[in-house]
Ligand binder design. Structure first.
Ligand SMILES: C[S@@+](CC[C@H](N)C(=O)[O-])C[C@H]1O[C@@H](n2cnc3c(N)ncnc32)[C@H](O)[C@@H]1O
Length: 285
């Protein structure tokens, strides 16, 4: 049984006594739902908790108190504030800020800074020396990856757009990553990837052309060394509409779901779905 302590029964005029009486009569209460910072709710919750923490027959019935929506909103606000601090500190770096600025004004939207932080972390966590990126864009994700990679690591990054890659090259250089650290290859990923060495890479990051994600997963599995990591951006981009007879899944969404299903269900993957930015799907194989 759940008791909503803001129901009229409990908070009408803040009648604490009647609430107590009600709570006392509810020997089967298993959950107390308190909304907001309602003082009456807090008192009742404390009372119920104390009472049921006594070694009575009711004690075993106490299971949990669910955090209120307001608490959750407060926590979300706090998380957002922390995130904003991260973002500000990342964008104090001029070349990265320029990459973001250019990417945001182009058709190559950059990964957000939370995603960038995760990419840097993932690259560093496996000591990545050789990374393939699909979707150079204006270089934001490349800078994050290079920052996490070993000091002599090489980023191979593929994009169809020469202008984006020229810009990315300039921000890599200004960030201190010279030509020896980044190999920029122009072309479609499905033309370029087959030319790269089997088992030669520690990490493959995919941020382009979601319809092709299943094909990129197959290519990544060929390119990665044992224990290497594949990471897909945009894993949680989905329509606000639920699935149903009136909504055919968007082909990009269907492709992303296929990849999520494969890394979740096929043997040999250690997957992780991270709710940062548009969602990062990472898997070690
Ligand atoms: C979302 S943007 C990449 C943003 C970049 N990762 C960043 O954080 O700045 C996607 C990029 O993929 C490139 N692209 C699209 N289709 C591609 C394909 N088939 N092969 C290679 N690159 C492609 C686009 O030109 C675009 O620059």
């Amino acid at each position: 049984m759940a008791v909503n302590v803001r129901s009229s029964r409990f908070n009408a005029g803040g009648r604490l006594l009647s609430s107590r009486r009600h709570a006392r009569s509810c020997a089967r209460i298993r959950l107390v739902f308190c909304q907001g910072h309602d003082p009456a709710a807090t008192v009742i919750l404390r009372w119920v908790t104390i009472r049921w923490s006594e070694p009575t027959r009711h004690a075993t019935l106490w299971e949990t108190a669910i955090a209120s929506p307001e608490d959750t909103a407060a926590r979300i606000t706090w998380v957002r504030a922390e995130q904003a601090r991260f973002e500000r500190s990342a964008l104090e770096d001029e070349p990265l800020a320029d990459a973001y600025e250019a990417g945001s004004r182009s058709a190559a939207p950059p990964v957000d800074t939370a995603t960038g932080t995760a990419l840097r972390f993932l690259a560093a966590s496996i000591g990545a020396r050789s990374v393939v990126e699909i979707g150079t864009g204006c270089g934001s994700s490349g800078i994050w990856l290079l920052r996490g990679m070993a000091p002599d690591g090489i980023l191979t990054t593929v994009d169809t757009n020469a202008a984006y890659q020229d810009f990315a090259r300039s921000v890599f250089t200004r960030s201190g990553f010279g030509p020896g650290r980044a190999r920029l290859i122009r072309g479609t990923a499905l033309e370029v990837l087959p030319r790269l060495t089997d088992g030669g890479y520690d990490l493959v990051f995919v941020d382009a052309d979601a319809v092709s994600y299943p094909l990129y997963l197959s290519e990544a599995l060929r390119l990665l060394r044992p224990g290497g990591m594949v990471v897909f951006n945009g894993a949680m981009v989905t329509s606000a509409e639920p699935d149903g007879p009136l909504r055919a899944p968007d082909p990009r969404e269907a492709a992303v779901r296929e990849v999520i299903g494969r890394v979740r269900d096929e043997e040999g993957f250690i997957p992780m779905l991270m709710p940062v930015g548009e969602g990062l799907l990472a898997a070690i194989r």
